[in-house]
Design a protein around this ligand. Structure first.
Ligand code: NAP
Length: 327
């Protein structure tokens, strides 16, 4: 495992970290045994940073993390999120009363006195234009409830706006072979403003693992089934917003670039790490084998300029038109 600076926090975080949405089991079944074993396997392989949220499995993900960390002596940073318990999910809901209650609930689930970092969970864009929301987060930090705060955003423009607030320490954003615009628009600025970047959905919901085909089906309760067209939440969260069949065609072209002995998932993760503005990728492992394979991507050699150019050409040809100007 290799480690990178996480913005201005002083933390050194594992390049490949752990995304804990899947183990919450709010979409697709993941057994308790697999969830706990996946977390242990990640930590065994050098992962020291876990991304979760209060809504993942309605707290199941946070509680699993607490359970595992009680059995470990390593320093592991846990970053969670607040906001998605709001119903309706509106800007007005990001107020002192609600944010305080969400933070208190995560403190309980994670069994800690201070949250390492809390992220606004893809709030409506309007929230980034309400300095009072960031003032509330400053107050929660002052009160010792949270150490740091950041944002999880849908769009690169939201990342630019959010990082105008001086105490925003991190931005979580979708960035992968099928979602390249953040690098063009935001990464230089992120370095200048010294914010940590967590790249989520790094495998385009598993599409970039190369294991899916036109015959693959997903269970009813899996967002790759029920949110395929954005019926439940932002369509960009499922397959990174790429039409499934087009994505499969692009994956076929990518296969030729994957070195022997390396999986396509590892290749996709290594591609993300080629960008030095990135602090970590947070692939969502659902079992120990996935967690181990993902962690190993951090130790692969860098990709050549030629391979990077070929990936860019596949993106430009097949994917750019579908996603580039939508997020
Ligand atoms: N709004 C937000 O803030 C937000 C939204 C989405 C995600 N996130 C965060 O980002 C994390 C990652 O996103 P994600 O889980 O949606 O997508 P992802 O990491 O792109 O893909 C995860 C899926 O890929 C498959 N997979 C993982 N490792 C694999 C491997 N080594 N080989 C083959 N297949 C593998 C698994 O699917 P199978 O079921 O096919 O095994 C897994 O569910 C989440 O866990 C969460 O922490 C945040």
């Amino acid at each position: 495992m290799q480690y990178r600076n996480f913005g201005r926090t002083g933390w050194k975080v594992s390049e490949i970290s752990f995304g804990a949405w899947g183990i919450g089991g709010s979409w697709g079944h993941v057994s308790e045994e697999d969830a706990l074993a996946a977390l242990h396997a990640a930590i065994d392989n050098g992962v020291n940073f876990i991304d979760t949220a209060d809504v993942y499995g309605d707290g199941r993900s946070e509680r699993f993390i607490a359970q595992v960390l009680k059995e470990r002596s390593e320093q592991v940073y846990v970053v969670t999120k607040a906001g998605r318990r709001l119903d309706p999910h509106v800007a007005e809901g990001y107020n002192r009363k609600n944010l305080t209650a969400f933070v208190e609930r995560s403190l309980k689930n994670l069994e800690v006195e201070t949250l390492d970092l809390v992220q606004l969970h893809c709030p409506p864009t309007e929230v980034y234009y309400r300095p009072e929301v960031f003032g509330i987060l400053d107050d929660l930090a002052q009160a010792g409830k949270i150490k740091y705060y950041g944002v999880s955003v849908e769009k690169a423009e939201e990342a630019i706006k959010a990082t105008e607030y001086p105490n925003v320490q991190s931005v979580q954003i979708i960035f992968n072979i099928f979602r390249q615009r953040p690098a063009e628009l935001f990464f230089d600025l992120a370095k200048q403003r010294q914010v940590g970047i967590l790249t989520r959905v790094p495998l385009a919901s598993g599409l970039l693992s190369g294991k899916m085909t036109r015959q693959t089906t997903f269970p009813k309760d899996d967002h790759r089934n029920f949110n395929r067209y954005g019926q439940s939440f932002d369509v960009g969260e499922t397959f990174a917003g790429v039409d499934y069949d087009t994505g499969l065609d692009a994956v076929e072209e990518l296969r030729a670039l994957v070195p022997t002995g390396v999986t396509m998932a590892q290749f996709a993760l290594r591609w993300i790490l080629m960008f030095d503005a990135v602090s970590c990728a947070i692939p969502g492992a659902k079992n120990p084998a996935q967690a181990i394979a993902n962690a190993q991507a951090a130790d692969l050699p860098p990709l050549s300029d030629e391979v990077m150019a070929k990936v860019k050409a596949i993106y430009d040809d097949k994917i750019r038109g579908l996603v580039h100007h939508r997020w």
